[in-house]
Design a protein around this ligand. Structure first.
Ligand SMILES: Nc1ncnc2c1ncn2[C@@H]1O[C@H](COP(=O)(O)OP(=O)(O)OP(=O)(O)O)[C@@H](O)[C@H]1O
Length: 325
C-alpha cells in the first residue's frame, strides 16, 4: 500500500461570480520514503492540491475524490483525527517562512508547540528536542531564544523545516520552500531538505514552478497545467526528455538548479495560463502549444501511457507510444 494515494481529486472554489475549478481529477501515488515533485506555473493548482492533502483549504473550497494517507481517507476523517494527523503524521513547509512564523514568539517556543499540543513531550523534553532540531537544520541551540525578525530569510526557512520535523511525521509537504530566498541560500536549504528526508526516511511532496529544483530533489515528477496533471514519471526522464510540450517549455525555462538567468517565463510559451473559469476547449494547453493540431481543440486528452512508468496528456506523446509499441 502506498503512503499516500490521490484518487481523482478535485478542488472547486465557490466565489461570487461562480465556481473556480482549481484542481481537476488528479490521481497520484507516493510510496513511503519517496519524493514527488509537483511543478507548474502560477495558478496551475499546486498549492490548492497541497492544502487539500491536509484539509487546510478555506471553507468555500469543495474537495472531491479520495486522499488516502496510509489507507485512511483524509476527506472523511473526523476533525479530531484530522488535527492529530497534522504535524504528527504529515506537515507542511509553506513558501515565504516569514508568513509561517509568529513575529512575537521566540522560535524555540514555536518549534516546541506541535510537540506540546500533541502531547509528544513534556516542556523539558521539548526544550531538548528543540535543540536537537535546531542542530539538525544547521542552527545553534541559542537561536531558540531569538525572535523571527532576528533571523535571515534562510534561517527562518530552516526554523520552518525544524517545526515540520518536530513530531517526526512520515510525510512533509514543502510548498515552494525556497522561492523567497536568494540563489546561494536556496541551494543550501534544498540540500538540507534532501538530506533530512533521506536520513529520516520521510516521504516528501515538493511543489515548485522550477522543474530543475524538483528534478534535483525528487524521484518522481508531476507537471500540472490548469488544475490537471499533464505529465508524470521519473523526475530525470521528465526533466531531460519531457513528453508533453508544456513540460518541455518548463524544463527549458529552468535548465539548471537556481540559475538566476533562467528565472523567467517558460521559453517559447506565449500568453498566460488560462482562466480556470473559462478553460479552452479540448486540451487546455492548445492555445499556447507550439505543436498543437486542429484536433487538440476538440480532444480532451487524459493521461496516456508515454513509456515505462510514464504518462502524458498529449496526442503527440500518445502517437509516439503507439509507434513505439
Ligand atoms: N481562495 C480562493 N478562492 C478562489 N479561487 C482561488 C482561491 N485560491 C486559489 N484560487 C484559484 O485557484 C487556482 C489555483 O491556484 P493555486 O494557488 O492553487 O495555484 P498555484 O499553482 O499554487 O499557484 P502559485 O504558484 O501562484 O501559488 C487559481 O486560478 C487561483 O486564482
Amino acid at each position: 500500500m502506498s503512503l499516500l494515494e490521490l484518487d481523482d481529486v478535485s478542488v472547486t472554489y465557490r466565489i461570487a461570480s461562480g465556481e473556480v475549478p482549481a484542481v481537476r481529477g488528479v490521481s497520484l501515488k507516493l510510496e513511503a520514503g519517496a519524493a514527488l515533485g509537483v511543478a507548474g506555473e502560477s495558478g496551475s493548482g499546486k498549492s490548492t492540491l497541497a492544502m487539500a492533502l491536509l484539509r487546510l483549504l478555506p471553507k468555500d473550497a469543495k474537495i472531491g475524490g479520495r486522499i488516502l494517507l496510509d489507507g485512511e481517507d483524509v476527506l472523511t476523517m473526523k476533525w479530531g483525527r484530522m488535527r492529530a494527523v497534522r504535524w504528527a503524521e504529515a506537515s507542511i513547509v509553506f513558501q515565504g517562512a516569514q508568513h509561517g512564523l509568529n513575529p512575537v514568539r521566540r522560535i524555540g517556543d514555536q518549534i516546541a508547540e506541535p510537540l506540546l499540543v500533541h502531547n509528544l513531550a513534556k516542556p523539558d523534553a521539548a526544550r531538548e528536542r528543540v535543540a536537537e532540531l535546531l542542530d539538525a537544520v544547521g542552527l545553534p541551540a541559542w537561536r531558540a531564544r531569538s525572535y523571527p525578525h532576528e533571523l535571515s530569510g534562510g534561517q527562518r526557512q530552516r526554523v520552518m523545516i525544524a517545526m515540520a520535523l518536530a513530531c517526526s511525521p512520515r510525510l512533509i509537504i514543502a510548498d515552494e520552500p525556497t522561492t523567497a530566498l536568494d540563489v546561494m541560500v536556496q541551494a543550501q536549504v534544498l540540500s538540507l531538505i534532501k538530506d533530512l528526508v533521506a536520513e529520516r526516511g520521510i516521504s516528501l511532496i515538493m511543489i515548485s514552478h522550477d522543474l530543475s529544483v524538483l528534478a534535483d530533489v525528487c524521484d518522481q515528477l508531476a507537471v500540472m497545467y490548469a488544475g490537471r496533471v499533464v505529465e508524470h514519471g521519473p523526475s530525470h526522464e521528465v526533466f531531460h526528455d519531457a513528453k508533453h510540450p508544456y513540460s518541455r517549455a518548463l524544463a527549458a525555462a529552468f535548465p539548471t538548479v537556481g540559475d538566476p538567468v533562467s528565472r523567467m517565463a517558460p521559453k517559447g510559451l506565449g500568453g498566460d495560463p488560462p482562466d480556470p473559469m473559462d478553460l479552452p476547449s479540448g486540451c487546455a494547453f492548445h492555445p499556447r502549444c507550439p505543436v498543437a493540431r486542429d484536433t487538440c481543440a476538440e480532444l480532451d486528452v487524459r493521461l496516456w501511457p508515454a513509456g515505462p512508468g510514464r504518462t502524458a496528456a498529449c496526442v503527440h506523446a500518445r502517437a509516439e507510444e503507439e509507434v513505439g509499441s
